[in-house]
Design a protein around this ligand. Structure first.
Ligand SMILES: [Fe+2]
Length: 303
């Protein structure tokens, strides 16, 4: 189907001014501002829109309060929209809109993201001095996310949702918590997951988090330290996920759920065989710091 990834996310929020401050501190670029909407972009043009919860332009919410209201997936060509339109039984236009089995508004359009020349800092691993001789590493003052990499949703219809994303939209299963969760990527070749659906016992539908890709581990640390210094509260981070190998830092987001900085996830292709895990703290994180670390300790100040 040639779905390339997330092209836009839209939040419905209670307090636009607070969300404006959060996303600027987070490292997004504010490209348009009107009384009813804030339009941010990541480095590659992935869009983050923010509207009031009661804005009639928003799709129906899957939970009360501030939350994610729509995910727009980017496709490669107009023909992909025609194929998706036939698969979904919806009318095709420039934007194809529907809802997933969870009730979340989803849409498809030809991707408007740009190719960008940004690179993480190579690591001098043992036997592989990737950065080279006489090359210092980078210290980031703050993060500047490259794109929205994945969203994580609570669902009470896990099996239906997996069937929809795999059979109707052509997503691939990367790994599973049998009966509890599924990691999905929108194409065989790509990062470990673009969507993670989670169904813990007694769950209510809702947003868990939206994850923003940054260049390298140093930017996860630099971004997390900056957002902490700005006064935003860390849920958990830094840390590392065993399942995708990614480094992460989760922060409480006034627009709903958590926002995550992450980097260095495993890259998969069609040869990957999905694995099964039993959910537990050791599977979620190899290590993690609850509440974050700060950049204002005496040791950091002396630097
Ligand atoms: Fe994540």
């Amino acid at each position: 189907m040639s779905i390339l990834g997330i092209d836009r996310i839209t939040y419905g929020v209670d307090d636009l001014a607070t969300c404006r401050r959060f996303f600027l501190d987070w490292g997004l670029h504010l490209v348009r501002e009107a009384p009813e909407v804030l339009e941010f972009e990541t480095l590659n043009g992935c869009e983050v829109h923010v509207r009031h919860t009661d804005d009639p332009a928003l799709p129906v919410a899957i939970e009360s309060g501030p939350t994610l209201r729509e995910v727009v997936w980017g496709v490669e060509r107009a023909e992909d929209l025609t194929r998706l339109s036939a698969a979904l039984g919806s009318a095709a236009g420039d934007v194809l809109r529907t809802t997933d089995p969870n009730g979340l508004g989803i849409a498809f359009r030809v991707s408007r993201k740009r190719a960008v020349q940004v690179q993480g800092v190579p690591v001098n691993a043992w036997g592989q001095p990737g950065r080279g001789v006489n090359q210092r590493s980078t210290f980031y003052e703050r993060a500047e996310p490259v794109e929205v990499g994945h969203v994580v949703l609570f669902t009470d219809r896990l099996a239906d949702a997996e069937r929809f994303y795999v059979e109707t939209l052509g997503f691939c299963v990367s790994d599973r918590y049998p009966g509890r969760g599924v990691f999905l990527r929108c194409a065989a070749e790509g990062g470990h997951h673009d969507l993670f659906l989670l169904q813990p016992p007694g769950v209510k539908r809702g947003l868990n988090h939206v994850a923003f890709v940054v260049r390298d581990i140093h930017e996860v640390f630099g971004g997390g330290l900056h957002i902490s210094r700005c006064g935003w509260e860390t849920e958990m981070g830094p840390g590392r996920h065993p399942i995708s190998s990614a480094y992460f830092w989760y922060v409480k987001n006034p627009a709903g759920g958590l926002a995550e900085y992450y980097t260095d996830e495993d890259q998969l292709d069609g040869a990957w065989q999905p694995r099964e895990f039993q959910q537990g703290p050791d599977v979620f994180a190899e290590w993690a710091v609850v509440g974050g670390i700060d950049g204002t300790t005496r040791r950091a100040k002396r630097m």
